[in-house]
Design a protein around this ligand. Sequence first.
Ligand SMILES: Cc1cc2nc3c(=O)[nH]c(=O)nc-3n(C[C@H](O)[C@H](O)[C@H](O)COP(=O)(O)OP(=O)(O)OC[C@H]3O[C@@H](n4cnc5c(N)ncnc54)[C@H](O)[C@@H]3O)c2cc1C
Length: 247
Amino acid sequence: MNAVRSLKMRTQVGIIGAGPAGLFLSHLLHRAGIECVVVEAQSRPYVEGRVRAGVLEPGTMETLEMLGLDARMRREGMVDEGLDIRFRGKNIHLDLPGLTGKRVMIYGQQEVVKDLIGARLEASQPLLFEAKVSRLSDLDGDRPKIHFSHDGRDEVLECDYIAGCDGFHGVSRQAPPPGHIINYERVYDFALARRVVAVEATRRYDLFEQRSWLRAVQPAFERGLSPISANRCQRRSHIMVRRPVLG
Ligand SMILES: Cc1cc2nc3c(=O)[nH]c(=O)nc-3n(C[C@H](O)[C@H](O)[C@H](O)COP(=O)(O)OP(=O)(O)OC[C@H]3O[C@@H](n4cnc5c(N)ncnc54)[C@H](O)[C@@H]3O)c2cc1C
């Protein structure tokens, strides 16, 4: 159900996409006193059930904390202090706190998304589901516009700024004229191996058996330490092998 009661068709920042980027941005803007409207193509259950990343790095944990939205993560997430890579019959253990002074948190992206959506709706901030953006217009003027369909109607949202948080294949990336996009990227001269990884079975992994990639490696858990092959997605193909903190 869409929880927006009245959508102003003008806003300071129109945000396309209720993934982690769009939702975090909406909270940060709200905190800074800047009004925004989030427009999301999918339904709320779909977005909240979309399983993707499973590990939060310190920056994400700190941002959730700064927004006061970290309570469930602290309660239900699992602190992870290491990474085990099994290679040529040997275990290589990476001690994250020892090497970096930091820990990561195993807490599904879909759980973060649920927390961010819940908090936004609770604060009665506009967030439209099932509102698919078809195009952007007037990008070179003072009032750029987002065109989307919602409840069987074509709508136009006039903005001061548009934040295209609709992912690599979204409409925003295609919208600016050629030569107007600046890409920022950091290229590392190393990478994790693309395919074969070993897994270490622990009872704590049971907690996360709903994760699709974990289901794929479950047979390997059942056999104990067994190498598996996996490609999780096209562009991020690493498999992390974790040693959870047992408690
Ligand atoms: C299988 C998988 C596993 C992953 N595992 C990891 C991991 O372990 N660690 C990690 O750091 N990252 C991982 N990632 C990457 C991580 O999920 C992405 O970096 C993250 O989702 C990006 O967030 P985002 O908000 O930018 O985009 P998205 O999450 O893609 O959100 C974009 C939103 O825009 C909406 N949208 C698209 N088009 C329109 C439109 N026309 N109108 C309105 N809304 C629209 C989409 O429905 C979506 O909700 C994984 C990704 C996948 C696919």
